[in-house]
Design a protein around this ligand. Sequence first.
Ligand code: CS2
Length: 510
Amino acid sequence: MNAAETLSRDLLERLPASVQTPSYDRATLAPGMAHLGVGAFHRCHQAEYTDDLLSLRFDRWGIVGINIRPPTLADTLGRQSGLYTRLIRENSHIEARVIGSIVKVVDSQDSAAPALAVLSPPDIELVTMTVTEKGYCHIPSSGALDLSHPDIVHDLANPERPRSVPGILTRALELRRATHGRPLTLLSCDNIPTNGVILENVVRTFAERRGHGLAEWIAANAAFPSAMVDRIAPAVTQADLESVEQWFGYRDAAVAVGEPFRQWVIEQKFAGRMPRWDLAGATFVDDVTPFEYLKMRVLNGAQTTLATLGVLAGLEHTFDAIADPLLSVFVRRMLVEETLPTLMPVPGMEPSAYVEQSLARLKNTAIRHRNHQIATDGSQKIVQRLLNPIRDRLSQGASIGLLSVPVAAWMAYLIQASTRFGKRWSVSDPYAGKVAGIADATGRDAPALASAILAIDTIFDPGLAANQTFRAAVISALGELLSDDPMAAVQHSLEQDEIARLKRSKQSAL
Ligand code: CS2
């Protein structure tokens, strides 16, 4: 084998035996579903489940991958006929497999036309998507479509040339209605709570504004199941790409790297035929909510906590943050004491074992998940990961001193990206400009900073923002996080928690 050869159909036959290859006949694999947002996560998750399913029970379920945002796919997956290497890594363990379920890729960054040409024909029966939290153009605190979002304003004025996910999906449904009327299942695979409900909301709101009975047609002919998805699969680096050539002797421009753990729980609510992913390890259930709470509050909550506090502590990756003794004690205590009591019973799962398993996953040193990557778009993540459990705790009259620290850390992370705070790092978040504006106008006054940020009602629901216990906890943590010793906030919250615990146990002993 030529060392510099690029992954292709021809090369499949000549790969080293340590690289697994598709066991089914890709030449006869017809497309049956489309996926929006072909990033590292899709390549390590839905595409892998589909690859598993195709080898168990071959069916017309090839994936057409579409990107409506950068990066383009033509030069990477496109050149490799959709083939790519999926590496599973855990510390020194490496497992390589070429995934064959993506049969075609389409770039639709400049105009929605190529995406619509894929989504409209009747052979596509299902659309899955990983478009990030902000892709839904919803208001995080309420789940409603953000009618002031520039892309939504554009799409309502130009519905035939949409830019946004809700605009593109609504237009595709409109074209399907006009041409063949076949039903469609739209399956969100993003980490937003009740993702199916939010997707349905934004599409319905958009369609209602289009009129002509479109919203009613969609209600009768489309399904929007919710799903909980899980696998840690960070953004791919140059080093990941080079590793495949080093270890296996071929080039691959579309490598994806993930951890061994994976999970997919899907609400059984489909408009038509569905891939039997349940045969490949996914679970079909009537209600995803308990699984969603567990995953977003525990695993994702821990990730966001370690990421924001990790950046403030000068640590690069999740595994660096969890190796820090203080942060590791903090995150476990926060999850066990404050998060766990907010969860719903999950069939077949013991919550404290899930916490331990999640923390163990975060220690995997081969998964180089940058704290800045996880902190990206924090404004779209903290509601489901931190604020919802805080709200539940407050309604139980229970303590929130620990969960408030990562909320303040998210604020400190955005505040310190402002000019007034010397632009300590650059951030990517739809609310970065707003928070920087607040920081520039306010300076180092923690109560004033916290008050102004808590007043952003599209993130903080007003009832929560007005809660004095929550405000006091956030203000106190923020003051320390912005000081020269940011980890004092973590230390103090643990001490306060310990004192409160002792008081409680004395009281219950009386
Ligand atoms: C991460 C998630 O970047 C992030 O927001 O917390 O991508 C996380 O790795 C996945 O949800 C794990 O399933």
